[in-house]
Design a protein around this ligand. Structure first.
Ligand SMILES: [Ca+2]
Ligand SMILES: [Ca+2]
Length: 144
C-alpha cells in the first residue's frame, strides 16, 4: 500500500487583508466596498485564495444579511442552467432564501445572486455591486 504522506494545516484568515473571522463559526469573510460585476468580484476573491460568499448555513446567512448599505453579490448563480440555482460549491440554493417574487429573471437576464437585508435577489451579472468574499479556514489536507 502506498504511503500517502499528507500535511494537515489550518488556513489562516487573512486579517491583514481586511478579513474578519467570526469567533464562534470561524467563518472568514470581507465585504468589498468597490463595486464590481459578479465575474470580476469572484476573480478578486480568488486573488485572496477565496471565493464569493456561500451562504449555505444559517450562520453564513446571518453574516450575508448584516449588510445595510445596499446589495452585495454572493457566490450563487443559475448561469449553468436557467432557473437552477447553485452555490459555487455545487450545492443547490434553497429557493425560500429569495425575497418574495424573486428570482424573477427580469428581462431574461438575471443569473447572479445578490443579498439585501430583506432577502436574496437574482441580478444581472454585469451590474456592479459590492460583494462578500470568504476564505475557507477549515483544516485542509495538502498532498505533499
Ligand atoms: Ca436566471
Ligand atoms: Ca430579480
Amino acid at each position: 500500500m502506498p504511503n500517502l504522506v499528507r500535511e494537515v494545516r489550518q488556513i489562516k484568515c487573512p486579517t491583514d487583508l481586511g478579513y474578519m473571522e467570526d469567533p464562534t463559526s470561524n467563518i472568514c469573510s470581507k465585504i468589498h466596498e468597490t463595486k464590481l460585476s459578479w465575474t470580476s468580484a469572484q476573480a478578486e476573491c480568488e486573488k485572496d485564495n477565496g471565493q464569493l460568499f456561500i451562504a449555505d448555513t444559517q450562520a453564513k446567512r446571518d453574516i450575508s444579511i448584516k449588510v445595510r448599505t445596499g446589495a452585495v453579490f454572493l457566490g450563487a448563480s443559475d448561469l449553468d442552467e436557467e432557473g437552477v440555482w447553485k452555490w459555487l460549491n455545487g450545492e443547490p440554493v434553497n429557493r425560500t432564501l429569495f425575497s418574495p417574487n424573486e428570482p424573477n429573471n427580469f428581462n431574461g437576464h438575471e443569473n447572479c445572486m445578490s443579498a439585501r437585508s430583506t432577502g436574496y435577489n437574482d441580478e444581472k451579472c454585469s451590474r456592479n455591486f459590492k460583494y462578500i468574499c470568504e476564505v475557507p479556514t477549515k483544516k485542509a489536507y495538502c498532498p505533499n
